[in-house]
Design a protein around this ligand. Structure first.
Ligand SMILES: Nc1ncnc2c1ncn2[C@@H]1O[C@H](COP(=O)(O)OP(=O)(O)OP(=O)(O)O)[C@@H](O)[C@H]1O
Length: 332
């Protein structure tokens, strides 16, 4: 596997470009009973203000561990090397997360960087109103009166698309749908106006239609709040939809970081090519089926594997073939 490839158009690490986060030669290993597990191995990554960086790669490649490092959320059995330099939104202050004490980390979390988790129900406390939970960050980071906190919670709920926020602010998590809960989690992340949000598979637990709404909301967060987003995902459709740049991880390393368009049209690294090659495309499925049908005298083609039922041998008519297969990550 080659070293990190930075395709033309991708942000290159340089002193004259401001970054909300700059990860330099990050290595993370875990002490386990079976020995040391090297999860991240010499990662360099940069995110500019207002940029959406998608981190992709197979399971276990180190995406979540890298993201957790940005928030200083690694467990006690972790050993870290390298630097994770996080700037505040104004660009007037920066910290190396790896070198901060737990107390300093608590101060940076929320104000400079916040997290959106995969499972919104697990991230909300069922016994507190959502207004209370949204203003928790405000209370932890400075003196705001109850009245100011409530007003801020109502405002932020309206901005993330919760209807009747004046009334809903006093409701409990179980009174909201899954998609609304994820909006509330995003409101919690935004309440202190951080420069960076780390979102780990933020739409995976949601219905497909709701996923699209949450992606729209994240796009608005970037555009209206100017917040940069590190988005961890397995879904290349989400990447194509939202990401400005993409980092591809493989066995604890970033093998390629490129502008999203460049990565899809001209991937440089072999693993990236294999990853993109595994994504089904509607057009390609139709072309393959049509080619198979053309090769047969009776004009029938076998259904593509994704639409073939276990044990079914019935052929699919050329032209309608592929309609039954719904590639979840069709990005063309
Ligand atoms: N607390 C831990 N102790 C030991 N090993 C760990 C710990 N956390 C993560 N790992 C290991 O680190 C490696 C990277 O894990 P990580 O969760 O970052 O992968 P990932 O790319 O996010 O995978 P997925 O897409 O499945 O979430 C894996 O081998 C994992 O088993």
């Amino acid at each position: 596997m080659s070293a990190t490839t930075t395709t033309q158009g991708a942000p290159a690490a340089s002193d004259d470009v401001r970054h909300v986060v700059e990860i330099r030669d990050l290595a993370v290993s875990f002490a386990t009973d079976a020995g040391a597990v090297r999860a991240v191995d010499g990662v360099d990554l940069t995110v500019r203000p207002g940029e959406v960086l998608a981190v992709v790669g197979e399971s276990g490649s180190g995406k979540t561990v890298t993201a957790s490092t940005i928030l200083g959320l690694l467990p006690e059995n972790a050993t870290t090397r390298g630097a994770v330099v996080l700037s505040n939104k104004a660009g007037t202050d920066e910290h190396d997360i790896v070198a901060l004490s737990p107390k300093q980390l608590r101060r940076v979390r929320g104000t400079d960087v916040a997290m959106v988790f995969q499972e919104p129900s697990a991230a909300l406390n069922p016994v507190f109103t959502i207004g209370w939970q949204i203003t928790e960050g405000l209370r932890a980071h400075g003196a705001v009166s109850a009245k100011e906190g409530r007003a801020r919670a109502v405002e932020i709920l309206a901005r993330v698309g919760i209807p009747d926020p004046e009334e809903r602010v006093d409701h409990y998590p179980h009174q909201f749908s899954g998609g609304q809960k994820q909006r509330i989690i995003i409101a919690m992340a935004l309440v202190l106006d951080p420069g960076l949000i780390v979102a780990d598979e933020p739409t995976t637990a949601l219905d497909v239609t709701v996923q699209a709404e949450i992606l729209d909301l994240l796009r608005r967060v970037r555009d209206e709040f100017g917040t940069a987003i590190v988005l961890i995902t397995h879904n290349m459709g989400v990447v194509a939809d939202l990401a400005d740049t993409v980092a591809v991880m493989y066995q604890g390393k970033v093998v390629e970081q490129a502008a999203s368009h460049d990565l899809f049209t001209d991937p440089q690294d072999d693993y990236t090519k294999r990853l993109l090659g595994s994504v089904p495309r509607i057009g390609e499925a139709r072309e393959r089926t049509a080619a198979r049908a053309a090769a047969r005298p009776d004009g029938w083609a076998e259904a593509p594997p994704s639409s073939r039922r276990e044990g079914s041998r019935s052929p699919t008519r050329a032209g309608s073939a592929g309609r039954g297969s719904r590639p979840s990550a069709a990005w063309t």
